[in-house]
Design a protein around this ligand. Structure first.
Ligand code: SF4
Length: 92
């Protein structure tokens, strides 16, 4: 466990839908299974920029989603691992 880990429930990761390319690094590095890769809904796609839509299409219309945000320990491993710089941690 990273020494920067904090009590869960204080922050959650936020995925930038216009940056995520579903490369799964966040899924691999998160010790608490906070992420999963799943298809974008029609609603998710409608909120993308034109470039975001093109990127999503090029990557199978799949992205990382936060499914267990309450388990986030704020270690920051996902932020560092994401090659697209698509993840930031936000206070809840
Ligand atoms: S900050 Fe750490 S615990 Fe939180 S989602 Fe990222 S990798 Fe998982």
């Amino acid at each position: 466990m990273n020494e920067n880990c904090k009590q869960p429930g204080r922050v959650v990761p936020l995925v930038d839908r216009n940056r995520c390319e579903a490369k799964k690094d966040c899924v691999r590095v998160c010790p608490y299974n906070v992420f999963e890769i799943r298809p974008l809904s029609a609603f998710d796609k409608s909120a993308l920029t034109l470039v975001g839509r093109m990127k999503a299409w090029a990557h199978g219309n799949e992205q990382a989603f936060v499914v267990n945000g309450q388990d986030c320990h704020a270690c920051g491993l996902c932020v560092t691992a994401c090659p697209e710089k698509a993840i930031r941690l936000v206070a809840v």
